[in-house]
Every structure is written in structure tokens, then in C-alpha cells.
Design a protein around this ligand. Sequence first.
Ligand code: NAP
Ligand code: GDD
Length: 339
Amino acid sequence: MTALKTATASKRALITGITGQDGSYLADLLVEKGYDVHGMVRRTSSVSTQRIEHLLAWNQPKITLHTGDLGDTTSIQRVLKESQPHEIYHLGAQSHVHHSFTQPLYTADVVALGTLRLLEAAVQLAKTQEVRFYNAASSEMFGDATLVPQNEATPFNPRSPYACAKVFAYHQTINHREAYGLFASNGILFNHESPRRGEQFVTRKITLAAARIKLGLQEKLELGNLDAQRDWGYAWDYVNAMWLMLQQKSPGDYVVATNETHTVREFLDETFRLLDLDPEKHVKINQSLFRPSEVPLLKGDYSKAEKDLGWKPKTTFTQLVKLMVEADLDLARKEAAGG
Ligand code: NAP
Ligand code: GDD
């Protein structure tokens, strides 16, 4: 699948996971900055490009898509040959922690080996041109964290197949930096959300359900562990940090977070408060939504990113909840109107 671009730009970027939450915001950012943006998209039986539809207008597409899969080495090599990127933003993943318990081998293949496949192909490309590599590492790697807040020196204690695979990918990224001199950086991003967040993640599940409940489109919302604490930021702020990491003189690993933590219950209460709804009336706890092992508390210390990249979060917890609620209320209104 190749949508040809008319304009040419001096710097080419390749985004794996371009159809996801972060990939779509990063594509917006890089297009805005004048990059020639390429994305790797896997074959799906139904359309997966809703989040980047606005960049794909048939008469003037702003990005170029290439079919490939992180499970398939030859497709990765082909996509790199076709796109010849100066910057690779590796965001593609089976990114759902709970699903990783039911699909552990698939998750390990895509997240751990998929990253290794891409790194190996990047090293080959780096023999002929400049290439910089961003790896989407995760605060899930801290797992049952021994220290609060977590920073770049905090030991990893992964609690899921997803987190174990991310630890592997993190170390492979550093290894390719040290062994082959590849400019490769890890962004250790804490949870970040937005109106484009997948509907199976807890924040979006809550804001979408609450908006639908408000309009009488839904009665109940089933949730699992409300006591887990997360450091939630806004995805748009976070893709800026990814870009900044690849603009530095040297590669490195950075925590990107807000240094605040809130329980799932707090997110739920704030959402329902904004809509003047009572969670007691609508929320039901479902044991099957609890995980076999849980990450109890994440809180990130982003001082290294602030010092080296000049980055800090711009959106507060309450602003984040509000912008997600407003977006989902708009969606629910369209649904109610039969749209
Ligand atoms: P997301 O919305 O779930 O997007 C994941 C992307 O990966 C989608 O484009 C998906 O394609 C693609 N993908 C899945 N399996 C693939 C495969 N086998 N081959 C190629 N592409 C594949 O995730 P996100 O929230 O944007 O997160 C982006 C990255 O950051 C992920 O690596 C995630 O693990 C990591 N991360 C996220 C957070 C967060 O809070 N959001 C925090 C830390 C790290 P389809 O559209 O076809 O499914
Ligand atoms: N998804 C989900 N659904 N989570 C629920 C639910 C529910 O119904 N009820 C409670 N939770 C709790 C989970 O047990 C977890 O403690 C917390 O809500 C957040 O879950 P998710 O939104 O699924 O995110 P996550 O923290 O597991 O993982 C996300 O953040 C990681 C970074 O820390 C994902 O985006 C990962 O890809 C990312 O690496």
C-alpha cells in the first residue's frame, strides 16, 4: 500500500505503529515540522487508519504508508529500503498489558523480537546513511517498583509478558548503541492518554462510557482494580519528547512523565463529577478485569528530560480528564443523533 506524496522534504522519518495513538500524533507533529513522513502499517481485514485519515486525503496525501509487520523480518527490511529514513520512531507494539497475559508468545514476538528485527535492519541502513532510532520503552518495566518516584536509574521489576518484552527491547536498543554505534534512544514513557487513546485502556474506557451513560446510550460500566495508581500525561505533550530525543548531540534514555500519581478511582470520580453522574449507580466491579499480577504504583521523575531536552509536561491531570470527556461527549452526541 503506497500513497504517493507530492511534496519532498529534506528529512525522512519512519514511524512504526503510525495507526496507533502515539503514531498518529507524532505523524501530525512531523508533518507540521516539514518532514517527509513514512509509516509502516500492517494488513488488517478492516480499516485501521482512522486516526491518520486527515493525513491521507486521496488528492494530497501528507504521508506515505508501507505495508509491513514487526513479526516479519523481510517486510521490515523492505520498508526501510523503500523509506530510507533518517529518523526511525519505533512505536509499533501489542501494547495492551492485560492481553499480554493471554497472548504472551505473540506479545514477546512483536514487542521484543520485533524491536530486535528493526534494530538489526537499522544497523544495516546506518552503513549507508545517517539513521537515528527511537524506541518506545515503558514505565511498565518498573513493574512492582522498588523506589518512588521512578527515574532512569530505578531497577526494573516487570510484572507482565508485555513488560518483560519491553525490558528486552530496551536493553537491545542500548546494546545496538554500544556495540554498533547506532544513535539509539529509549523513551521510558509513563501512561499517556488522549481522545485518540484505544478504547480498551482504562482512561478512555471510562470517559467514553461516562459520556454514553450521560446521554442514555449505556447503563453500566464494568471495571477491574480501581486502586492502581498511574502517572497519566497527555499524549500530544509526550510525542514532542520523542522528537526532542532524536535531535540531541548524543543518544540517551529518558523518563517522560508528570511526577504525579492518581488512582483509577480518582480518574473515574473526576470524569463522573464533570458529567454530574454518580459512579455508585453505574460502575460495577468485574473480577475478570483484574490482572494475574498488577503494577500498583507508577510515578515518574522526569528531571533528566527537563535538564537535557528542555521538556516538561504542559497538561495537568484535571485538564487531561476534561479534554477527554469533552471529546467523548461530542462522539456520544453524534452517536445519539444517529451519526
Ligand atoms: P497503540 O495505540 O496500541 O498503537 C500500537 C500500534 O502498533 C498500532 O499502530 C498497531 O497497529 C501497531 N502494531 C501492533 N502490532 C503490530 C505488528 N505486529 N506489526 C506492526 N505494527 C503493529 O499504542 P500507543 O499507546 O500509541 O503506544 C505506542 C508505543 O508506546 C507502544 O510501543 C507502546 O507499547 C508504548 N508505550 C505506550 C504508553 C502509553 O501510555 N500510551 C506508555 C509507554 C509506552 P494496528 O492499528 O494495526 O493495531
Ligand atoms: N484496561 C483496563 N480495563 N484497565 C483497568 C480496568 C479495565 O477495565 N479496570 C481497572 N484497570 C486498571 C489496570 O488494572 C491498571 O492497573 C490500570 O487500570 C491502567 O490500565 P491500562 O489503561 O490498561 O494501562 P496500563 O498501565 O496497563 O498500560 C498502559 O501504560 C503503559 C505505561 O505504563 C499501556 O499503554 C502500555 O502500553 C504502556 O506501556
